[in-house]
Design a binder for this molecule. Sequence first.
Ligand code: A2R
Length: 308
Amino acid sequence: MKKVLIIGGAGFVGGYLAEILLENGYEVHSTCLANEKIKNPDCIPHVLDILEKNQISAVLDEVKPEIIYHLSAQSSVALSWKNPQLTVDVNIKGSLNVLDSLRDSGLSSRIILIGSGEEYGYIQHCPVSEEEPLRPGNIYAVTKACQSMIGSIYAKAYKMDIIMVRAFNHIGAGQLPQFVVSDFCKQVAEIEKGLKAPEMCVGNLDAKRDFTDVRDVVRAYMLLGEKGKSGELYNVGSGNAIAIREILDMIISQSEKDIKVTVDPNRLRPSDIPVIEADISRIKADTGWKPEIPLEETIKNTLDYWRR
Ligand code: A2R
């Protein structure tokens, strides 16, 4: 049975990734911080803070995984404006600790570094391919760009089996409400329950983003672990940008309530990138992956999650 290690497995994506890997016969080890919990009882849990290199080395020594998925991150763009120090520490220093520990371990594990479509920033060509120069527009994006660059350098310099991913917006049940779709669905559920006046507070509705169901995203990660080319960088997204306004309309249309929309200046970011859309031809060609779950279904699942 192939052994995998998910670093940062208590987050939104980690649970879904563990589930698909278990379904496909992997032995899944998953790490979390001391104050977190790995929910899936079929995973083998480990406590690990990526800011502590010795903790990473100890887990690698114990597990000796064939594939590592590095998901640990300060993953919120909004929080990265408020706390750039933490974002740099976790996303850059922490990722470097993970790579250095793996290098020191003498293991030849494949490692998948999860980056972000935000790395491209102010893109000039849409859809954006992996060859597009990076013009990151926020602190989170800079840290993820840095992680990808270090990954690429380590792959070449030390002949490590590293794959870099640029994941575009992924959504689904269980995502924290700092993220736009989850936030909107939560607000609608609260309005329906009478916990909130029938008014939605929103930020910039004109931005266009590329949304993929988290279950499609983790299937892409699994396929990259199995079939991705070593040293390569892959976009993971839907290949189809949609305006936040359209998403909001889809969410509101799934509710019986009459809901008013108000722009809240506190929700506008210091800078927002107008359009981000992924070119996903590379991952399609190398792994055969393509997204399968329609946006309406993902929105319904997310809304039902908050209603529950
Ligand atoms: O921030 P927390 O307490 O929710 O914990 C997050 C955890 N994490 C850490 N793990 C180990 N050492 C650290 N120093 C550390 N700091 C934070 O990583 C959380 O449990 C996990 C990341 O999960 P989420 O924030 O829910 O991100 P998500 O949506 O699962 O995205 C996974 C990856 C990230 O690299 C994103 O940047 C990318 O996909 O889009």
